[in-house]
Design a protein around this ligand. Structure first.
Ligand SMILES: [Zn+2]
Length: 575
């Protein structure tokens, strides 16, 4: 058997596009199918069917495929497909709630025990082996496994596409990203969507039963990534001199999100920063005519803004910023985390040819101060999806965990009045010392490295990084910065700036894995990996323990023996 081992069938323009996006993030090779005719003869080992795909006329094919030893992954199956699986749809449902990972195989695949939030309607089935349960409908499975003939089917009973959209790209009500989260209190330290993908695809790949080569998330086999940048907010060359010194001393990259509305640096100074290796992003300000006013008792800041959150203003500032740096920007973080919906800024960015955003991820609440964690349910980058027509917007979001502003500022009331009739009321500021902030970030990075394999992104403003060295009154953050970066390096965590990560993530997607040829008698796996553009340090992984296959004796690239590493990730040993 040589060819494409896994097929994906869904209809364009449906929410099932989120299944394809999830496969791409997980780096699993697949072939998009136009139909299921000839399925049994196709040589496919695994088949993924979207929830909204109409497979009525191919039910016999699907049944023969399963009976013959194929693996099937299906989302909220209904009608004839339920009968093929031999389970019963009770007709009952659960709205929102959780899927529960209680231990066993599900915990092994995700390095996690506990619940994950789900959104939308779940179906309640009887039959099959329950791998993860639903809550509150505890008697029913959220993820089921069914054996049929020689094959295995995995059935997901909840709405994964809707869950992903709800968690990772919510709208802001108040007009700033502070309320752009649906991750509930207590689950911020868990990258829930990363774990959900690994649970579902991990079970499916086991069912496929042959080793499937896939793309690892990070370059050079790194187990996690620390993403480094900060917002200029009008800082000058003195501050950037200190940042450059830290970059040199620590061997750290840095993205400066440049403020075009007030640029104290000359074009010559900005050019020197670029030459010294500072990566440049764009930091548009939509708070013109906005005010920070002190309310009532003189303690509550109320931030307002003029009606400038418009594409024309965005483009005007973009042109000005690009003239300042004498080059093009590739990414954005908005000043003050201004945000509306996925239909404004990401669409303007796409039209302007910009490739990534890093505005989202900061969670503030009315009850307590900011929470540091995965407030979008993921640390990994993802492409925005237009939720009306289910089209991929060509802009990547790089979620942020927190910023030095929030870590160090004393807790204070923060009220936002930007959109008419929508007032956001928050507490902001954790009031940590630099050592306390380091301890917190170290614990999160340890989990990211050892268990979750995801990205930790912080915003370090130059004014705070340089405050100690320049004897300024702002809270310094250079000690926190240095300690975390040294710690990350000691742990082998890869450091990148936003521009580098954007390039890598996009290039990783152009890598195709084809002609997968598994010979069980000889114990050899051959495949072809090719890429559209050069990808430095791309890492491929192959599971050690699929079916009877338990050990790797040699890895060859272009026929020559190649070094490899044995790692235990995603619940299995991999080469
Ligand atoms: Zn700013």
């Amino acid at each position: 058997m040589a060819g494409e081992p896994i097929g994906l069938y869904y209809q364009d323009g449906t929410k099932d596009i989120l299944i394809e996006e999830a496969l791409r993030i997980e780096g699993i090779p697949y072939l998009r199918l136009k139909g299921l005719g000839g399925l049994v003869e196709s040589g496919l080992r695994g088949l993924i069917i979207g929830e909204e795909a109409d497979v009525g006329r191919w039910l016999d094919e699907v049944e023969r495929f399963l009976n013959g030893g194929g693996a099937l992954l299906t989302f909220k199956p209904s009608g004839g497909l339920v009968e093929v699986l031999g389970i019963t749809d009770t007709g009952g449902s659960q709205i929102d709630g959780y899927v529960n990972i209680r231990g066993g195989e599900a915990s092994t695949l995700t390095s996690y025990k506990g619940r994950l939030q789900i959104f939308g309607l779940s179906r309640l089935y009887r039959g099959g082996e329950v791998i993860a349960t639903l809550t509150p409908e505890e008697d029913f499975g959220g993820v089921l496994r069914v054996r049929k003939g020689l094959g295995v089917a995995i059935a997901v009973a909840f709405d994964m596409p809707r869950t992903i959209l709800m968690l990772q790209q919510p709208d802001s009500d108040c007009g700033k990203a502070l309320d752009t989260w649906r991750v509930e209190d207590g689950l911020e330290r868990i990258p829930q969507l990363d774990l959900m993908r690994r649970l579902i695809f991990g079970l499916f790949l086991k069912a496929v039963g042959i080793p499937i080569p896939r793309k690892w998330y990070f370059p050079d086999g790194s187990m996690a990534l620390l993403l480094i940048g900060g917002d200029q907010d009008g800082c000058g060359y003195d501050e950037m001199g200190v940042v450059l010194g830290l970059m040199r001393e620590l061997g750290a990259p840095y993205t400066l999100f440049v403020t075009p509305w007030e640029q104290p640096m000359s074009r010559e100074q900005l050019r020197r920063l670029v030459e010294a290796g500072v990566d440049m992003g764009f930091h548009p300000n939509f708070f013109k005519d906005g005010k920070k006013v002190w309310d009532g008792d003189g303690r509550r800041a109320v931030q307002t803004a003029g009606p400038y959150f418009k594409e024309e203003e965005f483009l005007r500032q973009l042109r000005r910023g690009e003239a300042d740096i004498g080059g093009r920007f590739l990414g954005v973080r908005t000043h003050g985390l201004r945000w509306g919906t996925v239909k404004d800024l990401p669409i303007w960015m796409e039209r302007a040819g910009l490739q990534y955003d890093s505005t989202l991820g900061h969670k503030c609440t009315e009850g307590s101060a900011d929470v540091v964690g995965y407030s979008l349910g993921t640390g990994l980058p993802f492409y925005f999806i237009d939720p009306e027509v289910y089209r991929r917007i060509d802009v990547i979001e790089m979620p942020m965990l927190s910023s030095d502003y929030s870590l160090f500022r004393e807790r204070h009331r923060y009220i936002v009045r930007i959109r008419e009739g929508h007032e956001g009321r928050f507490y902001m500021g954790l009031g940590l010392s630099e050592d306390e902030a380091f301890n917190l970030a170290r614990d999160i990075l340890d989990d990211a490295t050892d268990r979750y394999h995801t990205v930790n992104c912080y915003c370090w403003h130059p004014i705070y990084l340089a405050s100690r060295a320049l004897g300024r009154s702002h809270h310094p953050s250079d000690r926190f910065f240095s300690k975390l970066i040294k710690y990350a390096k000691d742990r082998g965590v890869r450091l990148m700036d936003h521009g580098g990560w954007n390039r890598y993530w996009r290039a990783r997607e152009t890598v195709e894995i084809r002609d997968v040829d598994w010979n069980p008698e000889a114990g050899t796996l051959r495949f072809l990996a090719s890429c559209g553009e050069a990808v430095r340090g791309l890492t491929l992984i192959v599971s050690f323990s699929c079916g009877n296959w338990v050990k790797v004796s040699e890895v060859r690239v272009d026929g020559e023996p190649h070094k490899y590493r044995r790692v235990h990730v995603l619940g299995l040993d991999h080469a």
